[in-house]
Design a protein around this ligand. Structure first.
Ligand code: SF4
Ligand code: FE
Length: 492
């Protein structure tokens, strides 16, 4: 089958029986729901850009499994060049959507599960990798979206999975049958889960023998029996439901999406199982997936950062202060920070290596440094953007006021005319354009898209401490001590 278009992707979602709950209600037509639809539009861009000849090299690849042309989001990376192209593709999509476009979690899961299942099979003679390859061939051929789901609710963080008073705090096997397993639990804050065709479930932490039943990885259709989702709300989300929200929405077309995904005794046939009890490989799968996703942030957040910088520069221009030296300097600083993040994404890709299974893995130390910087720099970029934007970003009247024809002035001026008069800047700048760009900044800095640009920069792909643990492990302090000893002639 040929690659899908964005429109075909959206239509394909309508055929699923995905169970979605939001604001205490079941949402039957979630595809057209005004709160959910922007996140679907974002994923649709991963299809539409793949159809555009100018982006073909970044957005598509040749399948290592079938030799067919596939969307890069379903690709197993075959070289460091592939890893670099992945980051460039993510920057492009961040630029085009100003949001989280969600499809990366599946791509990162494919690559982590492919290499980990190879090593499990090598040790145990299992056939998990064959299961996975058959599954991925189907995904590539049908050009599907798959949610890579890792994060369990985790309950009491001081207790191992098996020691939790409520066993459901970690995904686990409740029954083993000749034809498959039954699983129970949940995955929290799952990016793009509702608009995925399938899910790949992975364990969330390293595990010991007592956690055997929690070391589980598998694929399952998003509308499987027993699976449902509770939509995560975002700051200012109900603006999308307002009839005349107009520019108040900030980013009129695109947005991100997270949900709680619940598995209420879901049956998984043997052919979709990629790990079922091999607890000593749980950590490998986590580390590899997290490494890829930390690399991903060196692309997607940089692309969104480009939009933040552009919006701040436009706001300055509309205000008539773009030539002020401090404005220029702030834009330089924002660019410097953003390109530093990109450098980390490119560096961990260029320093990648081949796994035993044959696909390419990023450099773990550099990917963790990349993500650690991402827990900081977007906050500084946002601070500078707010500085340039000015307070109007959060004090301006609504779109409805700007459009209002209610007379309020002594000479019959309407609220709309008054708003347009007092928020006018340069003669050639329509006031509405100024408002649009300020609302976009509000959206990116503290509105719905701030989920993707700020808090997700902190906690997505693992909170800062998770990267610090990896940096400590990978940092080779012993080797560095030896360097100092060698230079000074210290002998033990
Ligand atoms: Fe992709 Fe970035 Fe969203 Fe993760 S946070 S799914 S890498 S866009
Ligand atoms: Fe994310």
């Amino acid at each position: 089958m040929a690659l899908m278009t964005g429109a075909q992707y959206i239509e394909s979602l309508r055929k699923l029986n995905t169970r979605v709950y939001m604001f205490g209600k079941k949402i039957d037509n979630w595809v057209d729901d005004p709160i959910i639809r922007p996140s679907i539009n974002c994923v649709a861009m991963t299809y539409d850009l793949a159809q555009d000849p100018q982006y073909e090299d970044l957005m598509t690849a040749t399948s290592s499994l079938t030799g067919e042309k596939i969307n890069r989001f379903t690709h197993l990376h075959q070289s460091t060049q592939d890893l670099i192209k992945k980051v460039k593709m993510q920057r492009l999509l961040g630029q085009k959507t100003g949001s989280c476009f969600q499809r990366c979690v599946g791509m990162d899961a494919f690559n982590a599960v492919y290499s980990t299942t190879y090593e499990i099979d090598e040790k145990y003679g299992t056939s998990y990798q064959k299961n996975f390859i058959d599954f991925l061939k189907m995904v590539q051929e049908k050009d599907l979206v798959v949610d890579g789901a890792m994060t369990d609710p985790k309950g009491d963080r001081g207790l191992a999975p098996h020691a939790q008073p409520d066993a459901d705090m970690y995904m686990h096997i409740v029954e083993r049958r000749p034809d498959g397993i039954v699983v129970r639990g949940a995955k929290a804050h799952q990016t793009g889960s509702i608009n995925s065709h399938w899910h790949i479930i992975m364990p969330t932490i390293s595990m010991k023998e007592a956690d055997k039943d929690y070391a589980v990885s598998f694929a399952c259709p998003t509308d499987a029996e027993g699976l449902y989702m509770v939509y995560g709300r975002q700051s200012c989300d109900t603006r999308k439901m307002e009839e005349h929200a107009g520019f108040d929405v900030g980013n009129p077309k695109f947005g991100g999406q997270e949900a709680l995904v619940v598995f209420d005794n879901v049956f998984i046939p043997n052919e979709y199982i990629f790990m079922a009890g091999e607890y000593e490989f749980a950590g490998m799968m986590v580390e590899r997936f997290a490494g890829y996703h930390r690399q991903s942030y060196g692309g997607c957040k940089v692309g969104v950062g480009d939009v933040v910088i552009g919006a701040a520069a436009l706001a300055a221009e509309y205000n008539g202060c773009e030539k002020a030296s401090h404005i220029k300097d702030k834009l330089i600083e924002m660019t410097h920070l953003n390109e530093t993040l990109y450098s980390c994404g490119i560096a961990c890709s260029a320093e990648g290596h081949q796994t035993k299974a044959g696909n390419y893995q990023i450099d773990l130390l550099l990917a963790n440094v990349c993500k650690q910087n991402i827990t900081r720099f977007p906050y500084e970029i946002v601070r500078l953007a707010e500085d340039i934007a000015g307070g109007l970003m959060v004090t301006m009247p609504s779109n409805v006021d700007f459009d209002s024809d209610l007379p309020v002035g002594k000479e019959g001026e309407t609220i709309g005319e008054i708003c347009n008069k007092f928020f006018k800047t340069k003669e050639d700048v329509p006031t509405r354009n100024r408002m649009k760009v300020l609302r976009l900044l509000e959206n990116l800095c503290l509105g719905a898209a701030a989920v993707g640009y700020r808090t997700e920069s902190m906690h997505g792909a693992g909170s800062p401490q998770a990267q610090r643990i990896m940096i400590q492990r990978q940092g080779n302090i012993q080797g560095k001590k030896q360097l100092a000893k060698d230079i000074t002639g210290i002998e033990d």
